[in-house]
Design a protein around this ligand. Sequence first.
Ligand code: GLA
Length: 733
Amino acid sequence: MSILFESKNRIFKLDTQDTTYVIQINPYNRICHLYYGAKISEFENLFQIYNFKNFSTPPSTTGELNSVSHDQLMQEYSGANTGDFRSTAIAIQTTNGAYAADYRYTSYKITNDTPSLTSLPCAFRADNPEVQTLEIHSIDPSTQTECILYYTVFPECNTIVRSVKLKNNGLKPVIIQKIFSAQLDLPDHHYDFINFFGSWGRERHPDRTPLHHGSQNVASLRGSSSHQNNPAIILAQPTTTETRGDAYGFVLAYSSNFIANVECDQSNSSRVLLGINPEMFAWNLTPGEEFETPQAFLTFSNQGLGQMSRNFHDFMRNHWISPRWSAVERPILINNWEATTFHFDAEKILNIAKSAAKLGIEMFVLDDGWFGHRDDDKSSLGDWFVYSKKISDMGKLVEQINALGLKFGLWFEPEMISEDSELYKTHPDWVLEIPGRKRSICRTQYMLDMSREDVIEYLFNSMAALLKNINIEYVKWDMNRNLTEVFSKILPANQQGEIFHRNVLGVYQLYSRLLQELPDLLIEGCASGGGRFDAGILRYSPQIWCSDDSDAIERLEIQGGTSFFYPPSSMGAHVSACPNHQTFRKCPFQTRGDVAFAGTFGYELDPGILSEDEQNQIKQQIKNYHQYHDLVANGDYFRLTNIFEHPNLEAWQFVRKDKSESIATVILRRNHPAHSPFILKLQGLNPKTLYAITTPSETIKLYGDTLMNAGIVLYDLPTYDHASLVLLLKKCK
Ligand code: GLA
């Protein structure tokens, strides 16, 4: 059993393989947090841990002892304006304007299933009999609203998934002013706050700073999870490394405005809150209605950041990413964007496809510019019909590409509208804008009001018409601007605080409807590169374009940062032209391939204009991809160097789950004269197993413990800037 209940002290104990989470209902029916961390075997006596006494006069409501301070209790989900003066998880406004919330325990339920959310992405059980869910029910007596906390335990990947449902069982409407997905109170504050920040072309760079008193957070108010901050954070001890020390990981499965806040208080304890950003949010809940929050994933590792990441990778691969694709080999694609931008016709496309087919590439993706009358980024978004000047017959083109042995994929940007479009002529009212205010334009485009059913209906019908009638097996779903002037013309004034959230629900609904209709469709998420790389999108898109910056050296940080939470098999990574279009850097072809190999592999160039040597390298890369796909997609991933230090030598490793095979990749950023020998210590191997290590020049044999403790000297790493080296390890028979 993963979840136990001890009725005398009213304690819930949630166990995963290596972690324990403990909740206690106190005598006043407050839902208190007792412990989260490495596994503990104790059960009966757990009520004694963290039995804090107050040192200040606490506010307490009638009936509660003066020794119980709401302000100092570690709680699971604390309410507002009733004596917990820290940031709290939920706040409700009643019809008289009062702003408060005080939920007290009423009952619990343990089920052998996962909760199914009606409008948001949710985790699945995958037939694992150990997966269990705890529901804790509580009531705020004055509003008669019921708050249900969900904890689903995924033991084999040390992950607990949390979410919250609020039901209005009362007779009057209430307004939800904030409702977080998860709160975690920790008794101390000796942690570093680790977050992943960036911008366009520079997504998910790591940041590590010590917690300080007061609040620290990352957030988005852009209507997408954003390039700037990812909805995922880590709290790690200052001494935690990739292989040692405590690390708590938090991921929010949400693709719109979020906040991940950590507050360190007067008692030196820390409170983590993760969920929908309360700014510009207010949700009306009328009697009988329910509101559900996005899910948040929590994990803990006392084996460092590496194990924390592997917990999340396993969880997402086994219980989150669609089983249709998660472990499945994805087609090696070639995308024409960097090769042609908007300047192509059917002949040019067919020529690229022909040269790609000769090299063994498996899918052609036609990017932006195929619809409406789109010759640049100034028109046609919303007009999802073929631009006949460029492509007279899309069906025929796809047949020709299929005849070459290639699958076919197509780019869409469903959430957008151009003023210069047929759609705008018929539906100018579908634009997200505030009457009486100037609307902001970005990349010459506006955002559709995705909270409207008629908009979703139109998009579904126009996309499905193409996808069902032509053999399109893949969609690149782009989103190239953030939301501004968020206002829906069909909802009343008191519901305008719902629009950000309703928009993302519309996006999820469109994804779901298309996938229900076309279950074999492979969708790759994208948002000006990696501006919406989050677990919400990952539930529908098993792969997301990591960044428009396809430069292999820039990708070290971008893919390395992304790997803290998301599995490599979810990261769109392509070999692109040289000099690179974003950085103008020249990188060896092999290095570009070796870096892209740590993601969902593909190409973003015109192979027809490459040298013979480069074309041969493509053939070899494709062979390698097929040979090692399973190891990369389904193996364990290890960061071998400390990404926070921007190491000159960056390395990572994939190890097959049975530890029989491994690949390690090393990149030299800059070559320095008279450098000391490059030594690489491997990870994740079986210490007692003898491995054959193959480098470009030799095969040597060493035991796992030697490779992990003493390491191996990288004689074969070429000594020039941006060089790369791959080591192949195989267990000796
Ligand atoms: C975004 C994407 C690119 C490409 C262009 C097309 O920037 O990230 O990969 O699809 O749009 O306009």
